[in-house]
Design a protein around this ligand. Structure first.
Ligand SMILES: [Ca+2]
Ligand SMILES: [Ca+2]
Length: 207
């Protein structure tokens, strides 16, 4: 603050005597000059603190481990516990921040997309009642080449070369069924090994 400006503020607030017109004019002119951008120092941190939202909510929101109760609970493809994805980064930019590619799904929520041969996803499940169930996969497929996948339960292949029918577009969905898979009660890991690449996966159900 320039000399004399405080006298003006004190006068305005009723705590000081009235400065002379000449002093007031000199102080006001000097204060305006001092506030010109050319006469200011630029502190990056100060500007950032004014214009940035403090502690912004991270986006996408991280997802904690989920144990899916089987039978019955829908397993969202994007809520995997383990994964391998041959391309770095999340191409879809949604839901999570690792290498699996996730996009907004036309049916609601998200689906896994940009799948490559060699990618895999695994899910922690807890089978409440052991039995023989069907596995349902909600998928879209754009090409009848490279349209198959394998399914493992606790590292044992329980279905191989499961082929996904053509649905015509990446967001045209159909449900395919892998029938009569035996699940014992308790904790298991279900893993989808992508041996193809021309499809998207939205969700899995075991019923
Ligand atoms: Ca990726
Ligand atoms: Ca989904």
């Amino acid at each position: 603050m320039v000399p004399g400006f405080q006298d003006i503020l004190d006068y305005w607030s009723g705590t000081g005597s009235q400065p002379s017109v000449a002093d007031a004019k000199t102080a006001l002119t000097a204060q305006v000059e001092a506030l010109k951008l050319d006469n200011c120092d630029y502190y990056y941190e100060v500007v950032q603190s004014v214009i940035m939202t403090p502690n912004p909510t991270p986006s996408p929101t991280p997802v904690g481990p989920i144990i899916f109760s089987v039978p019955g609970t829908r397993i969202e493809a994007e809520d995997y516990t383990g994964s391998y994805d041959i391309t770095s980064g999340n191409t879809g930019g949604c839901h999570r921040t690792d290498d699996v590619d996730i996009e907004v799904c036309s049916e609601r929520g998200y689906n896994v997309g940009w799948i490559d041969i060699g990618d895999w996803l695994s899910y922690d499940i807890n089978v409440t009642t052991g039995g023989t169930y069907n596995i349902y996969l909600r998928m879209a497929c754009t090409n009848l080449q490279y349209n198959s996948l394998d399914i493992q339960l606790d590292s044992t292949t329980i279905a191989s070369s499961v082929s996904v029918p053509l649905t015509g577009a990446w967001q045209n969905w159909t449900t395919i069924m892998v029938a009569n898979i035996i699940f014992s009660a308790g904790a298991h890991t279900l893993r989808i090994n992508f041996t193809g690449k021309n499809y998207n996966l939205n969700w899995i159900e075991i019923n």
